[in-house]
Design a protein around this ligand. Structure first.
Ligand code: IMP
Ligand code: MG
Length: 177
């Protein structure tokens, strides 16, 4: 693993404020309806907790784990389901929560799969979006921040499983040796 350091992109306070605003918007949009949240493990775990505890509509929660083959910083589009949902989503208002959308290959595949299971509605919420990198068109309903093409960590996101617990979002910068 290459040596690296982290440069702050968004502080913990900035992330919290944005999550608060997203939660208010989602609570308004789903008013009077329960929302069935699907947290994409592991990256979205921290964001899902932060968001879900601020929602004012009834929430049910399920978890899914998918991985896209590729290098540590690049996805391939061949998606494997490591853990499927525990419950059926048929007839439910489903909100998928993911840490970051990059090429869109992983979420493009996952949303197709979930759409086939006949939810009443299916929406997507991501903490971060790197629009410049999109290869597969995926409709994103709620976005925390749009960011440039940088590899970021923190708030659940990792570099080779490290840094998920950082309370802020930072850019991974590789050190010269
Ligand atoms: P996509 O299929 O290219 O959209 O890749 C999405 C997945 O790649 C995300 O769920 C992340 O796990 C990972 N990923 C993409 N960009 C980053 C990043 O900047 N930091 C950490 N993980 C990332
Ligand atoms: Mg991920």
């Amino acid at each position: 693993m290459k040596k690296y350091h982290i440069e702050k992109m968004f502080t913990e306070e900035e992330v919290d404020a944005r999550v608060e605003a997203l939660a208010a918007q989602i609570s308004k949009d789903y008013e009077g309806r329960p929302v069935h949240i699907i947290c994409m493990l592991k990256g979205a775990a921290f964001f899902t907790c932060a968001l879900a505890k601020r929602l004012t509509v009834p929430v049910t929660l399920d978890f899914m784990s998918a991985s896209s083959y590729g290098s540590s910083t690049q996805s391939s589009g061949i998606v494997r389901i490591n853990k499927d949902l525990d419950e059926s989503i048929e007839g439910k208002d489903v909100l998928v929560i993911e840490d970051i959308i990059d090429t869109g290959r992983t979420l493009g595949y996952i949303l197709g799969l979930l759409g086939d299971r006949e939810p009443a509605s299916l929406r997507l919420c991501v903490l971060l979006d790197k629009p410049d990198r999109r290869v597969v068109e995926v409709p994103v309903d709620y976005t925390g921040f749009e960011i440039p093409d940088e590899f970021v960590v923190g708030c659940g996101m990792d570099y080779d499983q490290q840094c998920r617990n950082l309370p802020y979002i930072g850019i991974v910068k590789f050190d010269e040796d």
